[in-house]
Design a protein around this ligand. Structure first.
Ligand code: ADP
Ligand code: MG
Length: 254
């Protein structure tokens, strides 16, 4: 009997159905104990394989997304961050904005949950099957500059275009060189109406000219970003500060 399981298991392996191959005995025992019909058993096998492939895909996409940490919407405290409504974020979970190539901008001071929301939406997008990449804006600038120096900017931009959603974190914290702004413009131009971008920034668009040095380039970049865009202005006290104060207060009470 074991030899038969092995033989059939190998056939499933040949088809690339490794999960079925490895769990064949349990699946058959389950089907027998539940007295499943042939039709139900056929469905069970397909469902199990789809589930496993989906799990593997999610794991792979999460790894490729390069999130600095996993953040979820479930752990986001909307009663602390009140300048953005839970309803607004929940309404984004149908991901029509990605299908329509719309962008999102989370704008506000440090520590108020901009990156958290960007990552959490990215994680949900991966659940739905979208490919996501998270990148800090200064790293993005360096990657584009390096590619530019090697005459590989086009290829680099092409590699970014493979993702459905790109999250550019912390735009505007440091000033950029003119060359970097030009490279970024090329990227934004390629992504425009083709891919979705989430931008987190502490600077209003009116101040982007400062870190992009060049007002004209900044305007051209902003135009493309905001043409199809949902902008979320946020404010409030830093959550990091709150955590620190909570810790100190609970320490003081001990
Ligand atoms: P920002 O990007 O706006 O500077 P972050 O998203 O990095 O801020 O948030 C700082 C830290 O505080 C992170 O660890 C994040 O998970 C947490 N945080 C911020 N806002 C909230 C919130 N409303 N609920 C739960 N955690 C939050
Ligand atoms: Mg941040």
């Amino acid at each position: 009997m074991t030899a038969t399981y092995e033989l059939i298991g190998n056939k499933y392996k040949t088809l690339g159905f490794n999960n079925i191959a490895n769990t064949l005995r349990e699946l058959i025992e389950f089907a027998e104990s539940q007295e499943l019909s042939f039709l139900q058993f056929a469905e069970l096998i397909a469902t199990k394989e789809i589930e496993r492939r989906n799990e593997n895909r999610k794991k792979l996409y999460l790894k490729k997304a390069k999130f600095p940490a996993i953040k979820t919407l479930e752990e986001f405290d909307f009663s602390y961050q009140t300048t953005i409504k839970k309803k607004q974020i929940i309404s984004l979970l149908d991901f029509t904005w990605i299908d329509n190539r719309d962008n999102l901008v989370f704008y506000g001071p440090s520590g108020i949950g901009k990156s958290h929301l960007g990552i959490a939406l990215g994680v949900k997008a991966i659940d739905k099957g979208y490919k996501v990449l998270f990148i800090n804006s200064n790293n993005l600038m360096e990657e584009l500059d390096l590619a530019g120096m090697k005459n590989l900017l086009k290829q680099k931009i092409k590699s970014f275009c493979k993702y459905d959603l790109l999250i550019f974190d912390e735009m505007g914290y440091l000033p950029w060189q003119k060359k970097s702004v030009f490279n970024f413009f090329q990227l934004i131009n390629s992504l425009y109406e083709h891919r979705s971008v989430i931008i987190t920034t502490n600077k209003p668009f009116s101040e982007w000219g400062e870190f992009f040095i060049d007002e004209t380039a900044a305007t051209a970049i902003i135009d493309r970003i905001i043409h199809h865009c949902h902008i979320f202005p946020m404010s409030g006290e830093s959550y990091r500060l709150k955590m620190q104060l909570d810790k100190q207060n609970s320490g003081g009470n001990l």
